[in-house]
Design a protein. Structure first.
Length: 190
């Protein structure tokens, strides 16, 4: 995954740390949410596996670095991203656990530059998948023992359908129509 899958704000902040000589400072960021989705009593935590896999591959290509220079980021900072790899530590609730507002769900420990760069990615993956897993769990609680099959690839936008398939399974669905997600995640296919 490209390190440019982020907000410009994150790269601007990382650039400030780099240019002021503070990019090696240690940082700890906690991920939490403020409000329950669907006015419910809980949230099902999901997306951790995808986040961890993405962090292992996260990097900036030569084309990414050139683009960052082209949009006005400092060339020394942009060049410093050539060897960027997330080296921090993640502490998190288990995927599928019930979590609540205003309590830490995940902690990022690392240098401040890398922790800043991964913030948007983390929010994007965990917020979406936890939302879908929570909706799936609510449907499961109403459906009882009935079989629930996910067919969201037809409705979700872009790759959201792929990730929603896994989150639905985490939330309690039995199967999916999504062939790629069934293959990749070991979800029963229907």
């Amino acid at each position: 995954m490209t390190g440019t899958y982020t907000d410009l704000y994150q790269l601007t902040m990382a650039q400030v740390y780099y240019l002021t000589g503070k990019s090696h400072y240690k940082a700890v960021f906690d991920y939490f949410f403020r409000k329950l989705p669907f006015d419910g009593g809980y949230t099902v935590f999901a997306g951790l596996a995808d986040l961890l896999a993405t962090l292992q591959e996260l990097h900036f290509s030569r084309e990414d670095i050139q683009y960052l220079k082209d949009i006005g980021l400092n060339p020394r900072f942009a060049d410093s991203l050539e060897n960027f790899r997330f080296q921090g530590t993640i502490h998190a609730a288990k995927e599928g656990e019930i979590v609540f507002p205003n309590e830490p769900v995940l902690r990022v420990e690392g240098n401040i530059l890398e922790a800043q760069i991964v913030e948007t990615l983390l929010l994007n993956i965990l917020n979406f998948q936890s939302l879908i897993a929570t909706k799936a769990a609510r449907m499961r609680s109403v459906a009882g023992d009935k079989i629930l099959s996910e067919f969201g690839l037809r409705r979700a936008q872009g790759m959201g359908g792929y990730h929603a398939t896994r989150a639905s399974f985490v939330g309690g669905f039995n199967s999916t129509s999504n062939v790629k997600a069934a293959l990749d995640f070991g979800i029963p296919l229907v």
